[in-house]
Ligand binder design. Structure first.
Ligand code: G16
Length: 542
């Protein structure tokens, strides 16, 4: 039976950079999930009888949330609900399933790279029929509905067995429990030269893939080990756990340090890679060489034609504003356009749909292409494997050749996590108020050339998104960018992005932090980070 339940609005159900992310306890409050899901459906129309895809990264509360969503979606008239077995569907796999099956949309349960478990984070994100994260007008509409919601509709049917493949019914709605890997693996097989990668592994190429006890493990095992012949044991921490084994499922130099250390050691395999909580991020490390996400995007763009799915070449490259300019140099050489968007994968959707960009990437360990509408961790790893299989050179060699051709963008991100929100807002406001007076100022010997607050003019739908981060440009092509994270759940996270371009190949093998030391110092004194936040050093450096 379908029940209509009276409710009252919760404050703060505003989707951030990537959906609604809060502590698990917040989502566990009675009616909290129900309100947000009903608000989502209330902001959509014409989905009667349509298909909804539902899955998550397996974190704590995933299963409970999925049962609620199935019952609310059935009560709201969806015709079919596709659920990943065990409630598992990586973010890129969800995008793939939505697109392949012509679904109306999908709901992804994840807080991505944020920690899981009972005291960790949880998240809900709505994706549209094109397969990508809902654009701002949709998320704004959801937020508006959440402020006035008075009731939600829910079926009182018993829980669905989501661990067995096959079809059941809730009210008039078909619930189809699907293999979470199958469609995704099939798509990867159409994009990459699996035979060449099989030959690479057969020739003794070694790899470690760290699943970080998150969602990608089953995908990586099926594709790398079972399909491509990587040695069993190549995938470590391959079981999705509700608390990610107590780790932070964020593939970067801090949280995947063990992998980094291995790749820098005598025992290093040829390639190290890791993915995050929901499988959309990736980290690539060659033996003795870490590849920054910004460089990885540029390298992938420059070599994509080596993979069958991209052999006709790429149409354009898109990167988020804080991502280094390395990819722009590739675009210039290829004679294609490069686009600079605000942080948030949702901003790539229009460019991909309009076929203006083929490859996209972000400094936050995200890379992807027009094959789905999310960034895709395993896709990036397979792209690298394809490139390595064709070029038969090591990662370090390929990177060095790339820098020799295009120059090197030294790049680092300094995060000040969980700082006081009021102090962080005041810091940004102060920077914004000084934009006009900064140009011409000399700080620690470097002259500010220009400063602005990034605004994006979407070339497809004409929409304008303002206040996306303060950029300070220095003479000689260096840059410092400031913005506040839109994905944190406690206090504010100030992100500071620091970049310097070096053309001279003789200076391509220097230490990043050393090479950027003067800019790093400036990045701290310019907005008086210590005075305003009490922090004398960042909490995370990547
Ligand atoms: C999300 C977004 C990305 C963004 C990242 C960091 O990734 O999809 O586009 O770059 O957050 O955002 P922020 O700097 O605002 O914290 P994910 O992997 O968390 O879904």
């Amino acid at each position: 039976m379908i029940r209509t339940v009276a409710t009252t609005p919760f404050e703060g159900q505003k989707p951030g950079t990537s959906g609604l992310r809060k502590k698990v306890q917040v989502f566990q409050q009675p009616h909290y999930v129900e309100n947000f899901v009903q608000s989502t459906f209330d902001s959509l129309s014409d989905f009667e009888g349509e298909t909804l895809v539902v899955g998550g990264d397996g974190r704590y509360f995933n299963r409970e949330a999925i049962q609620k969503i199935i019952k609310i979606a059935a009560a709201n008239g969806f015709g079919r609900i596709m659920v990943g077995r065990g409630g598992i569907l990586s973010t890129p796999a969800t995008s793939c399933v939505i697109r392949k099956h012509g679904a109306f949309g999908g709901i992804i349960l994840s807080a991505s790279h944020n920690p899981g478990g009972e005291h960790g984070d949880f998240g809900i994100k709505y994706n549209i029929g094109a397969g990508g994260p809902a654009p701002e007008p949709v998320t704004d509409a959801i937020f508006e509905k959440s402020k006035t919601i008075r009731e939600y509709r829910i079926s009182d049917a018993p829980d669905v067995d989501i661990d067995t493949l096959g079809i059941t019914r809730v009210e008039d709605t078909v619930v189809d429990v699907v293999d979470p890997v199958e469609d995704y693996a099939e798509l990867m097989g159409t994009l990459f030269d699996f035979d060449a990668i099989r030959d690479l592994f057969a020739s003794g190429f070694t790899m470690r893939f760290d699943g970080m006890s998150a969602v990608t493990g089953p995908y990586a095992r099926a594709i790398l080990e079972e399909t491509l012949g990587a040695e069993p044991g190549t995938v470590v921490r391959g079981e999705p756990l509700e608390d990610f084994g107590g780790h932070h499922p964020d593939p970067n130099l801090v949280y995947a340090k063990e992998l980094y250390d291995l790749l820098m050691s005598e025992e290093a395999p040829d390639l190290g890679a890791a993915s995050d909580g929901d499988g959309d991020r990736n980290m690539i490390i060659g033996r003795g060489r870490f590849v920054t996400p910004s460089d990885s995007l540029a390298l992938i763009a420059a070599n994509a034609h080596l993979a069958p799915g991209y052999k006709a070449g790429i149409k354009g490259i898109a990167r988020s504003m804080p991502t280094s300019g390395a990819a722009d140099r590739v675009a210039e050489k290829l004679g294609i356009k490069s686009y600079e968007t605000p942080t948030g994968w949702k901003f790539f959707g229009n460019l991909l749909d309009a076929d203006l960009a083929t490859v996209c990437g972000e400094e936050s360990f995200g890379t992807g292409s027009n094959h789905v509408r999310e960034k895709d961790g395993l896709w990036a790893v397979l792209m690298w494997l394809n490139i390595l299989a064709v070029r038969r050179q090591g990662v370090a060699e390929i990177v060095a050749e790339h820098w020799a051709t295009y120059g090197r963008n030294y790049y680092t991100r300094h995060d000040y996590e969980e700082v006081d929100s009021t102090a962080a807002d005041a810091l940004m406001a102060d920077l914004r108020s000084r934009l006009d007076t900064l140009p011409g100022t000399v700080i620690n010997g470097l002259t500010v050339e220009a400063a602005d607050d990034f605004a994006y003019h979407d070339p497809v739908d004409g929409s304008v998104t303002t206040k996306q981060g303060v950029r300070v440009f220095f003479e000689g092509g260096s840059r410092v960018v400031y913005r506040l994270s839109g994905t944190g759940t406690a206090g504010a996270t100030l992100r500071v992005y620091i970049e310097r371009f070096v053309a001279d190949p003789a200076r391509h093998d220097l230490d990043t932090q050393d090479t950027l030391a003067d800019l790093i110092e400036i990045s701290r004194v310019l907005p008086d980070i210590a005075g305003r936040t009490g922090r004398t050093a960042p909490s995370v450096i990547t």
